[in-house]
Design a protein around this ligand. Sequence first.
Ligand SMILES: [Zn+2]
Ligand SMILES: [Zn+2]
Length: 384
Amino acid sequence: MSPRPVSPLEDDRSAKRSKIKTSPPPPLPTVMIPEKVAEIVPDGDTILVLSVRSDAAATSIGLRVSSHALSLASSVFKGEFAKLEASRSQSQEETDIPDLVLTLPCDDMPAMLLLCNILQLQNDKLPARILPSLLLRLGALAGKYECVMAAGRATSQWFDSLYSAEEPGNIWDIVEAAYLWDEAIFFARFTSIWVRRQSLTSKSMAPATTLETQKLAWVLAERLSVVQVLIRKEIDKLVETCALTFSEDATHYIDYAPGLSPTASETKSGRPPTPCIVDSEGAKEYLGALRNARIWPSTCWTKSKEGQAIDTKVGELMEKIKLFKEPPYDDTNRCDGCAYVKIQFTEEPEHVQQAYGKRLWGLCLDCYKAGGINPGECRYQHSK
Ligand SMILES: [Zn+2]
Ligand SMILES: [Zn+2]
């Protein structure tokens, strides 16, 4: 085989490579320590210089930290300090500086400050509440610095305060944050809240802000579709109980066994037999009550009483079903041919209400990570 021709460009590159190999190590860049250094840990051995890349004026902020604490919590910080130590030993001049100076590019100063405080166990400096967007960015940063485990404990109070807040803010931000922070309990809770806040009738997909959460947005949208179908099926079951009483199969006559349909000439009185209407009258009451509660038919979900277009959310319908009260109906005149529709109708809403209380409307983090149903024990308890 003939040798491959070498392009002038490649030749130039290989020349550069050999030059790099033979030349002495480049001098360390001059480190500018900012005038103001915030003391995260007053007796820390390191000055972390965070340079804001997005800032046109290229400002930087100094933080006094402990390299030991940061190295213990984060393998990325550990690696950075190891590189710094190695370069310091190569340069005699640098050893005169008592502090280690580590310069890091930083696009998100509030998140970085918070992360440093968490990793240095400065709990008194942590705010009681933070916005969902900051919790999310902090999660992304913790992932980048490989310290999700070490920093995660500090975030529980923030998830908790968002969960107990009347209006926690952007729910999808919190879902993404819970995923990045590996917070199984809050992940289940907030994915459920997300589902409950979506439309009952139309599809919806959250906009993923990180590469890692793109698949999650898709899986959660799928979950919403499943929930929408489930709700329709459960309401169908309520209605089916009633609809059966109007069917031919359910027609029966007073004083005649079920299935008997005598003609007028076959009756003792010579008149047509009297149909039993105990069930069908009850069914009318129940269907009317479902309609009054705007639970059924599904056209109630998209049109208000006044005829205006509305978009009922999953959670709104759940609330209506939870509050639904069976109308009073007296079926003491029922006969052997009756299908006991009152009893069935009483039981069905109770079943649905109980199922709603237990159901995981959103996603389980352990099951999601397992790609289906987690064979082991999930951190969030749910039926599988
Ligand atoms: Zn009857
Ligand atoms: Zn699970």
